[in-house]
Design a protein around this ligand. Structure first.
Ligand code: ATP
Length: 204
């Protein structure tokens, strides 16, 4: 039998993409033996209103800059499709008989994934790899919550999930937008993304 292609998928708002995203994506590439990886900026996230003033095209451009050094493809399929960016629709679009889909998500997403649209179908279409965002004093508590969620998803849906080994970087795009709005320097953005943000006067 032919070996199935392994397709990695990393979705998000990426407004803006930051070092936390980059670190998780690098570990994903290193640990999951993937043949192709698609970074897919959402058009409208179903679970949160769009924040900040970057357009979909600008978020695509920032992803291309932020992950330029990694062997990934930034895809506009959710932006092109229009409407709410349900992950299940993207998985349906990418799934083939001869591939395995592997979806990367951070702890916040993993802990809420069973409340997304059609979770049973998501777990039938893809394996889930989750990465812990929280370090410091909450690290242990979050690690336990993630393990409990993995167990629950396995029992309830037969979901295939596993953790990604990656050092936690406690940064979010929300925090970055606040720093940028205040004109503060940050080391959590790649220089190319920072330059793009300055040029386009985003998040002012
Ligand atoms: P916002 O603050 O605007 O909600 P965010 O920083 O959470 O944004 P998203 O674009 O929503 O970023 O995240 C896309 C994916 O990357 C999600 O699965 C999220 O959990 C994950 N992620 C975000 N930040 C980190 C981080 N610091 N470390 C690991 N994964 C992260």
């Amino acid at each position: 039998m032919m070996k199935k292609e392994r397709i990695g998928i990393y979705g998000g708002t990426f407004s803006p993409p930051h070092v936390g995203h980059h670190c998780a994506l690098s570990a994903f590439l290193q640990q999951e033996r993937l043949d192709h990886v698609y970074v897919i900026p959402t058009l409208q996230p179903p679970h949160k209103p769009l924040q900040g003033d970057a357009s979909p095209q600008q978020r695509l451009a920032m992803c291309r800059l932020a992950f330029a050094d990694l062997p990934i493809t930034v895809s506009d399929i959710e932006i092109k499709r229009g409407g709410k960016s349900y992950t299940v629709l993207t998985l349906e679009e990418l799934k083939r008989e001869d591939n395995t889909l592997v979806l990367l998500c951070g702890s916040d997403m993993f802990l809420s994934i069973d409340r997304w649209y059609r979770p049973e179908r998501i777990f039938a279409l893809a394996e889930i790899v989750y990465v812990q965002r929280e370090g410091g004093e909450h690290a242990e508590q979050v690690a336990q919550a993630l393990a409990a969620q993995a167990m629950r998803l396995q029992q309830q849906y037969g979901a295939v999930t596993r953790p990604l080994a990656c050092r936690a970087i406690e940064i979010s795009s929300t925090m970055l937008r606040q720093e940028l709005a205040q004109g503060n320097e940050t080391s959590f953005l790649s220089p190319s993304v920072k330059e793009y943000i300055d040029q386009c006067q985003l998040y002012t």
